[in-house]
Every structure is written in structure tokens, then in C-alpha cells.
Design a protein. Structure first.
Length: 486
């Protein structure tokens, strides 16, 4: 091999190496997850319930099954399958995937097939007449492949792809947020329905009791042992119980409508049940506050928004630098269509084009400042999402602990109210007191019965809040597929 040949070869290798180095760099900041100062543990609001093994997952993904109700399980499964909000979230994922594919395609050469065939006649009376013997009718046929390829010297295309990928992952996490929210809303609405079932049952018992009281008082009044005032009081109390029952039945119907909307089955009908029979799941291990970053889809969604904003800084900065593109054509051109593929008809061209902004009145610099401002907004949103997650877990732990204690106290109050009602009824029948004492005892017992059911509902709702605050057993979407490593 001659010296000149070796020089050409070395120069070619050096050029390719330089090109590889240039296309390997990317302007703009590389993403690094921010360090956030979170407390080492949650406030001990739950009397020790906040402590947990850091290596143990808090929940199973189907956490609602912990309540042991097959009707609830069916409702949540139906909601996750049919809900319109989830279908909307899935469509947004498809849109983001299409955008990512479009952005990623810019990093590869575009190849097009150009074909043309023309037949034209030239004027014989033009300012420059045709040479003698030149035909006035001519044919031209062309078939060629053309290509263009932008050299990603500054990483603009790569940063753009990073932003599109982050947007795609963000839509996937948004879908997970919607699913968690939907499961929580369905579960809590179901508990509201079951609470109303229990309140309706208690109100029906109260109405039955007041019907009996009214019958007794009318009988006593007929014998001169009760006044017309007591009869009127009993009639009013009976009407109050009837009105209360109708209102609770109305509320139950509306909650059933809400469950129909959540599940996508607008004609859903749910048989009555008893909320007092539903178990309260044990408080799950909550882990360290730092694990919220990995356990909450909304935090992951906020981080992907930050990653996308960070990448767009590089896109904006690269727009201020020169852009280089390779272009080429290869094909054939002939006056006869049958000759267009012959070697003599072959045509080709190779070119390198470059553009550099010279004067833009500060437009590109302003775009860079805009991208940096958007990144700071995304960072603040990410920080807030983690702070909000910490607060929600701490609040839920407090609520779960306090509601359990309140429910125990409420049970004591109900037992006392029932005893007072029994004693007041005995006193009235024995003639030691008037009916007003019985009426007050009935009202107190009825209010206590309804409050006990509502406390039970609150206790279960708070447990759902804790499940949601801990991410509902969610784990990050696997992003290691070969397609996403493009």
C-alpha cells in the first residue's frame, strides 16, 4: 500500500472518528434526580403503625380485595375495564407513542423514490430558435432514490427523543394514577352505599319501633292513660322516622348511580349489604418516606415531566448552533423509458448542507430561557408532588388511628343509648315518666345508631386513603424494552 493510500485511509478513519465523537455529544444538561430532604420517618401519629420494614412492599396491586367483599371486587374489576377516563388515558398513551415514533424517526435517514415522465414541445419561434435538425417534441424520464439525513452534532434530535420518551412514560404513569384514583373512588363509593344500607336498616327499625309506640299510646289514650299531646308527639316522631328513611333511600339511589358511572354500567343494581360486617385491613407497612418516589405513580409522572423539560433545554440550545445535513440522489434519466435503468443513464449526487442562525433578534436565546423556566416549573411541581405524598401518608396514618379509637368510643355511646331507651320505655309503661322522656331516648338512640354506621364508614374510607397514599401496591412501569432503548 502506497503512502498516499495510507494517508487517505487514515484521514478517512479520523474523519469518521471525529464524526462519531461529534454525533455523540449533546448540549444541555443531563438529567439527575434532585436530592430532596424528607424526614427519616413519618410522624408517629399511628402509635407505632408508621414503622415498617423498608424492604417489604406495602400492598398488593389488588389492595381492595383486603376488604373481603366479592361485590366490591367485581365492581372495581368492572370499573378498571370499562371506565371512560381510563379509555381516555389509554388513547393518550397511543398518541404519545406515535409522537415518540415520529421524533425518533428524525434520527435516521429518509429515503424517497422519485419518478417522473414528461413529454414537451419546444417553440420554433422563440428568441433563441432551435438548432437545425433538433426535434420540437422531446421526452424525459427519470427514476431515482433520494435521501437526506441530519447529522445530530449537538444532540438536538437525541434530546428531542428524550423529551418524547419522557412524555410517553408520563402518559403511562398518568394512566396508573387514573387507575388508582378510580379504584379508590369505586371502593369509597361502595362503602358509602353499604353505610347507607346500614343506616336504612337502622331507620327501618326505628320506624317500626315508633309504629309500635304510636299503637301503644293510642291504646293508652283510649283508656285515659295518655293525653292527646302524647299521641301527637308519637305521630310526629313516626313521621320524622319516615322522612329520614326516605332521604336515606334517595341518597342510596344516587350513590348507585355514581357507581354506575364509575363502572361504565349505568344500569348497575347492587343488593343491600352490611358495612358493619366488612373487616378493616391491618395497617400496611409504610416504609421510609424516601420510597414514595418509587411507589407513587403521580410522583413518577411529575418526574417524567421534569425529565422532558430538562431535555428540551438541550433542544433549545442546539437550535442556536449550526445544522448539517447530508443529501444524495441515485438513479437514471433518459429520453426513452426503456433506457432509464441503463448504466449510461445513471445519475447521482452527494451533498452536504449547513445552516447557521446569524441574526434572529434574540429569538433562539429567548427560547432557551423559556425552556429553562419551564424546567424550573417542572422541578417545583416534582418537589411539591413528593411533599404532598408525604403529607397524604402522614394524614392517612393519623386518620386511621384516630378513627379506630373514635369507633370504639361510639360503640360505647350506642350501648348506653340503647340501655337508656329500654329503661325509659319501662319507666313510661310503669307510669313513672311521660312519653317525652321515651321520645328523647328514641331520638338519642337513633342518632347514635346512625353515627356508629357513619364512623364505621369513615374508618374504612380512611383506610382506603392510606392505601392510595402508599401508591396502592403500584410498581414502576418496566421501561427496559429494546424498543424504548432506541
Amino acid at each position: 500500500m502506497s503512502a498516499s493510500s495510507r494517508f487517505v485511509r487514515v484521514r478517512g478513519i479520523a474523519g469518521l472518528t471525529l464524526l462519531a465523537l461529534l454525533t455523540g455529544c449533546a448540549v444541555g444538561p443531563d438529567y439527575k434526580r434532585p436530592d430532596l430532604a424528607l424526614p427519616a420517618a413519618y410522624p408517629d401519629a399511628a402509635s407505632g403503625a408508621a414503622s415498617a420494614s423498608t424492604g417489604q412492599r406495602a400492598l398488593a396491586a389488588d389492595w381492595w380485595t383486603l376488604y373481603g367483599d366479592t361485590a366490591l371486587n367485581d365492581l372495581v374489576a368492572t370499573a378498571l375495564l370499562n371506565n371512560s377516563d381510563l379509555r381516555l388515558a389509554l388513547a393518550r398513551i397511543d398518541e404519545a407513542e406515535a409522537v415518540w415514533d415520529q421524533v425518533g424517526s428524525a434520527r435516521f435517514p429518509a429515503v424517497d423514490l422519485d419518478a417522473s415522465s414528461t413529454r414537451s414541445r419546444s417553440s420554433t419561434l422563440s428568441a433563441q430558435p432551435l438548432a437545425a435538425g433538433t426535434p420540437t417534441i422531446s421526452n424525459a424520464h427519470r427514476l431515482a432514490l433520494s435521501t437526506s439525513f441530519e447529522l445530530d452534532f449537538w444532540g438536538k434530535l437525541r434530546r428531542n427523543s428524550e423529551a418524547a420518551r419522557a412524555r410517553l412514560l408520563g402518559t403511562r404513569y398518568a394512566r396508573d394514577v387514573s387507575a388508582l384514583t378510580l379504584a379508590g373512588a369505586t371502593t369509597q363509593s361502595y362503602f358509602t352505599l353499604r353505610s347507607l344500607d346500614a343506616q336504612i336498616a337502622a331507620s327501618q327499625a326505628t320506624l317500626h319501633s315508633r309504629d309500635e309506640s304510636l299503637t301503644v299510646i293510642k291504646s293508652r289514650a283510649a283508656g285515659g292513660l295518655a293525653s292527646e299531646l302524647e299521641v301527637s308527639q308519637a305521630q310526629g316522631a313516626r313521621a320524622d322516622a319516615s322522612l329520614q328513611l326516605r332521604e336515606l333511600q334517595r341518597q342510596r339511589t344516587l350513590v348507585e348511580h355514581q357507581l354506575g358511572l364509575l363502572t361504565g354500567k349505568l344500569d348497575v343494581q347492587i343488593a343491600a349489604g352490611d358495612i358493619m360486617q366488612l373487616p378493616t385491613p391491618a395497617t400496611p407497612p409504610v416504609g421510609l418516606p424516601s420510597t414514595l418516589v418509587e411507589r407513587r405513580p403521580d410522583v413518577q409522572q411529575a418526574e417524567q415531566a421534569l425529565i422532558a423539560a430538562n431535555a428540551r433545554i438541550g433542544v433549545a440550545k442546539a437550535a442556536q448552533l449550526p445544522t448539517f445535513s447530508l443529501t444524495g440522489d441515485f438513479g437514471g434519466s433518459s429520453k426513452e423509458l426503456s433506457d432509464v435503468l441503463d448504466s449510461g443513464a445513471r445519475i447521482w449526487s452527494v451533498g452536504l448542507a449547513g445552516t447557521l442562525p446569524i441574526f434572529d433578534a434574540g429569538k433562539y436565546a429567548a427560547r432557551s430561557r423559556e425552556a429553562e423556566a419551564v424546567q424550573r416549573q417542572a422541578l417545583a411541581s416534582y418537589q411539591k408532588s413528593i411533599e404532598t405524598a408525604f403529607k397524604e401518608v402522614a394524614d392517612a396514618l393519623t386518620n386511621v388511628a384516630q378513627s379506630a379509637a373514635a369507633a370504639r368510643d361510639m360503640q360505647i355511646k350506642v350501648d348506653a343509648a340503647r340501655s337508656a331507651l329500654r329503661l325509659s320505655d319501662l319507666r313510661y309503661k310503669a307510669g313513672y315518666s311521660g312519653y317525652l322522656e321515651v321520645l328523647d331516648a328514641q331520638r338519642s338512640a337513633n342518632a347514635a345508631e346512625l353515627a356508629l354506621v357513619q364512623y364505621r364508614q369513615t374508618q374504612l374510607v380512611y383506610s382506603v386513603d392510606l392505601m392510595k397514599a402508599l401508591g396502592g401496591g403500584w410498581s414502576p412501569t418496566d421501561t427496559s424494552s429494546a424498543r424504548e432503548q432506541r
